[in-house]
Design a protein around this ligand. Structure first.
Ligand SMILES: CC(C)(COP(=O)(O)OP(=O)(O)OC[C@H]1O[C@@H](n2cnc3c(N)ncnc32)[C@H](O)[C@@H]1OP(=O)(O)O)[C@@H](O)C(=O)NCCC(=O)NCCS
Length: 153
């Protein structure tokens, strides 16, 4: 089941984001730049004020999460913190969350989805490409290259 996240989901959300991030990004980000954990409870609570979160729940437990916020003046839905717990990856959960999120954006009258990831994160670039996202910009960073990916709805 996919549903809007509630405040009581914050600890599960934090665990999903931090564990999936540590397992995947530690392979591609140089040690000196690899921040651990990527997200603190304090930061997540601040994000809860600024954006909405969806969770994918299985047997009563959140195992996937997607944050998003809207830039109404651009008609764009910006995706943040899109993650599936490492034990549940590769089972189509991310694809289902993406479909749900895009439908929510359409209902809000938005025309475009946007996400930023790291070019070196080949699994994420593959995932977004499979979902129909195309690269629109590259931004060099000391730890790699950010890629901005977009999809018209
Ligand atoms: C990216 C992520 C959300 C995908 O979720 P998922 O539930 O595993 O994705 P799905 O099972 O729906 O996979 C859909 C497609 O994504 C691609 N993909 C997913 N995992 C992949 C991997 N490890 N390597 C290469 N491609 C991958 C494939 O094209 C896959 O299609 P296929 O199964 O037909 O080959 C998940 O791997 C994750 O949380 N990763 C760590 C955090 C992260 O990188 N988040 C995004 C960065 S902003």
């Amino acid at each position: 089941m996919i549903r809007e996240a509630r405040k009581e989901d914050v600890n599960s959300i934090l665990q999903i984001i931090n564990e999936s991030n540590r397992k995947s990004f530690s392979q591609v980000i140089p040690k000196e730049y690899f921040r651990q954990p990527i997200l603190t409870l304090e930061d997540l609570l601040q994000d809860f004020e600024k954006m909405k979160f969806l969770v994918y729940e299985e047997n009563g437990l959140p195992i996937g999460v997607a944050g998003f916020y809207v830039k109404p003046e651009e008609g764009v839905c910006r995706i943040r913190w899109f993650s599936v717990h490492p034990e549940y990856q590769g089972r189509g959960i991310g694809s289902k969350m993406m479909e749900f999120l895009q439908n929510e954006a359409k209902k809000l009258g938005l025309r475009k989805m946007r996400v930023v990831t790291l070019r070196e994160a080949y699994w994420a670039v593959n995932f977004y490409s499979k979902c129909g996202y195309r690269e629109v910009e590259r931004i060099p960073r000391p730890w790699g290259t950010d890629v901005v990916l977009e999809k018209e709805l």
